[in-house]
Structures are given as structure tokens and as C-alpha cells.
Design a binder for this molecule. Structure first.
Ligand code: NAD
Ligand code: TDX
Length: 337
């Protein structure tokens, strides 16, 4: 199989490329990535020399580039990870979210349709479903959409476009809506890696509001396994909810990280809450379990311990990001297409 992965230099996309080469070493992967602040080719150093791997620097919001690349490469499938993904940034500067998440996804859909109805998998989020109360049932595939942030609204719009291309044009699509991922190569602006790297640096960790917002944590490798299954065996036109069976408050996460890193609660800095902060996300993943036999395998404490070890062993990786050095390198070495 030849797969066009978009956003493969980001957190989940790079984990997915590693996972696919490990499991399907004869597959070809073309990685189209704009290398925004979140894209980092150091995540893919191990596969750079692999003859089955190709990197193209480019923007999914550029329709001509997207169409030419798909026409040239003729992939069997497209897996769309490319997105602006950080909720806090969407509150400060929403425009890029509309451009990449909505316009970019639409360009990919148009090109997939125009080049022989290429199989299209769209990676989305549980945030499109809104926010749950403490006793509400978890989100599932028929939960109505109710996005609250510019990020989740843009992802919801992209999901609707993907569904529209299935219903109107018969494009063979699938969508996965997953919960919060954690694991290696996670950009240190998000809760887990920000807190872990701050503590290594001797800095405090900024906990928003009362710290009682709940997220469901899914190890990135479990997520990649789910996507691979959906691409191979998922039913066309369907959505799959993917969760970690691991609901925790941010306070619980913070105390667990402090404990595993041998730090005390004096390292917590209570800061103002995120605007419009969703209270709780939870995922009912029975459909993918029954239809495709998937369920999360990583035990949370093991996954978190491994993640902390990874950040301790890869200080150069995240220090270059925190200092901004990683981006100077691309500007010198990678021309945009
Ligand atoms: P990320 O921010 O780490 O990576 C995004 C990647 O997309 C980067 O490599 C970036 O350079 C690239 N990109 C951004 N704009 C682009 C454009 N216009 N053209 C081409 N490439 C572009 O994101 P992530 O956390 O790896 O998330 C990947 C996908 O999974 C996203 O679609 C996100 O909405 C979804 N998702 C993420 C999580 C999570 O917990 N991180 C949970 C649910 C869903
Ligand atoms: O410094 C912080 N302090 C804090 O208390 C940060 C960065 C976050 N938080 C809180 C906000 C959230 O309740 O921690 C929780 C997790 O925050 P993020 O890591 O920013 O993730 P979240 O907003 O839940 O969104 C993530 O999961 C769903 C991804 O960034 C999205 O791309 C994905 O769709």
C-alpha cells in the first residue's frame, strides 16, 4: 500500500509513520507537512533514509500543490493528521485553524475525489461533541456535534465535509474521533509534556482553574493501532470513536506526574482558567471494539512512566523546541514546495 500521510511531522503523525513501518515494512509513505511550529523532522530521523519514505514540505491549504502531489504520487490511501491542534492557540489566533483544518481538509477531499476516489481517512477529535457533565454518558458515534472552541469548531466543520464527500460523491471515507493522546514526540505546549519538561527544568507547572476538568487519556500507540485497523478493515462511510478508558482530572494527572518525578505540590502554580474550558470528555469505544476488535492496551501508569523516561532521555529534542532552534534548521534546509 502507498499512503499519503499529512501532518506526519507532528506528534501523532510521526508516531503513526513509525508504527506503520514497524508493522508494514513494505508500505510506502509520502509525508506532506508544512512544518509549522508543531512540525519537527527530528521526530522522523529514524526513517529519513528508508527508501519507502518520502518527505514533501507543503501546505494542505494550497489546492494546486495538493492536487499535483496526489496526481503524481497516486497513493492508495490518504490519512489526514495535518491540523492546527492546540486549543489555547485557537483562542488567541483562530484564523490558521480555519485555513488548515477546514480549507486544507476540503482541498484534500477534492483532490482525493478528482484522482480516482482515493480512500480517505480523517483523524478527528472527541472535542467536536462538546462538554459532558459529571454523570452524562460518554460520547459515541451518534452524539450530536456541539463544538465550543475555534479549534473544535474547525475540526467539526472538517468532519462534516468528509461526511458530505461520502454522501454526495461516494468518496470512500472513514473518520476517527479520539480522546486526548499522550506519549513520545508530544509538543511541549500540551499538558503532559509541558509539565514534565518544566519539572525537569525546575520550573512550576501551570494548572488552569480548579484543575477538575476531566480528560480521557489514550496512549498514542494505541491510537495508531486503531487508525491502522480502520484503514484496513473499517467500514466505508463510518465514524469510529477511539478512547483510552482512562478518565482523570487535570489535578490527578498533575499529582501523578509530581509523584513519579519526585516533586512536591509546591511546584503547582494555579493560573487563570482557559476561556470556554470544556469540563469533561469521555469516549464510549464499544463500536470499534465490537466491529474491529480494538481496545486500548497501555496501562496508564506504565505509559506515563515511559513518557517521563522518554523526555528525560531526549532532552536535546525538547530543549531545541523550547528554545526555537529546531525551526531555524528547516528554514535553511527544506525549501517549501
Ligand atoms: P500536532 O500539532 O502535533 O501536529 C500537526 C502537524 O500538522 C504538524 O507536523 C504541522 O506542521 C502539520 N501542519 C499544520 N498545518 C499544516 C498545513 N496547513 N499543511 C500541512 N501540514 C500542516 O498535532 P497532533 O497532536 O499530532 O494531532 C494530529 C491530528 O490528530 C490533528 O488532526 C488533531 O486534531 C487530531 N487529534 C489530536 C489529539 C491529541 O491529543 N493530540 C487528540 C484527538 C485528535
Ligand atoms: O498548561 C496547561 N495547564 C492546564 O491545566 C495546559 C496546556 C493545559 N491544561 C489543561 C487544559 C485541559 O483541561 O489540561 C487539559 C489538557 O489540555 P491540552 O493538553 O491543551 O489538551 P486539550 O485542550 O484537552 O486538547 C487535546 O486533546 C484533544 C489536544 O490538544 C487536541 O488536539 C485534541 O483534539
Amino acid at each position: 500500500m502507498k499512503i499519503l500521510v499529512t501532518g506526519g511531522a507532528g506528534f501523532i503523525g510521526s508516531n503513526f509513520i513509525h508504527y506503520m513501518f514497524e508493522k508494514y515494512s513494505n508500505y510506502q509513505i509520502v509525508n506532506l507537512d508544512k512544518l509549522t511550529y508543531a512540525g519537527n523532522l527530528e521526530n522522523l530521523k529514524d526513517v529519513e533514509e528508508n527508501p519507502n519514505y518520502k518527505f514533501v514540505r507543503g501546505d494542505i491549504a494550497d489546492p494546486e500543490l495538493v492536487n499535483n502531489l496526489i496526481e503524481e504520487e497516486k497513493p492508495d490511501a490518504i490519512v489526514n493528521f495535518a491540523a492546527e491542534s492546540h486549543v489555547d492557540r485557537s483562542i488567541l489566533e483562530p484564523d490558521a485553524f480555519i485555513n488548515t483544518n477546514v480549507v486544507g481538509t476540503h482541498n484534500l477531499l477534492k483532490a482525493a475525489f478528482g484522482n480516482g476516489k482515493i480512500r480517505f481517512h480523517h483523524v478527528s477529535t472527541d472535542e467536536v461533541f462538546g462538554s459532558l457533565g459529571p454523570n452524562d454518558p460518554a460520547f459515541n458515534e451518534s452524539t450530536p456535534y456541539d463544538p465550543h472552541s475555534p479549534y473544535s469548531a474547525s475540526k467539526a466543520a472538517s468532519d462534516h465535509l468528509v461526511r458530505a464527500y461520502f454522501h454526495t460523491f461516494n468518496l470512500p471515507v472513514t473518520i476517527s474521533n479520539c480522546s486526548n493522546n499522550y506519549g513520545p514526540y508530544m509538543f511541549p505546549e500540551k499538558l503532559f509534556p509541558l509539565f514534565i519538561t518544566n519539572l525537569i527544568e525546575g520550573k512550576k507547572v501551570p494548572l488552569y482553574g480548579d484543575g477538575r476538568n476531566v480528560r480521557d487519556w489514550l496512549h498514542v500507540r494505541d491510537h495508531c493501532r486503531a487508525i491502522a485497523l480502520i484503514i484496513h478493515k473499517g467500514k466505508i462511510g463510518e465514524t469510529y470513536c477511539v478512547g483510552g478508558a482512562c478518565e482523570k482530572t487535570n489535578k490527578e494527572i498533575t499529582y501523578k506526574i509530581l509523584e513519579l518525578m519526585g516533586k512536591g505540590e509546591e511546584m503547582i502554580e494555579k493560573v487563570a482558567d482557559r476561556l470556554g474550558h470544556d469540563r469533561r470528555y469521555a469516549i464510549d469505544f464499544r463500536k470499534i471494539k465490537i466491529e474491529l476488535g480494538w481496545e486500548p492496551e497501555t496501562i496508564f501508569e506504565d505509559g506515563l512512566k515511559n513518557m517521563i523516561e522518554w523526555y528525560k532521555n531526549n532532552e536535546i529534542w525538547w530543549r531545541k523546541i523550547k528554545s526555537g532552534e529546531y525551526q531555524e534548521y528547516y528554514e535553511k534546509n527544506y525549501a517549501r514546495r
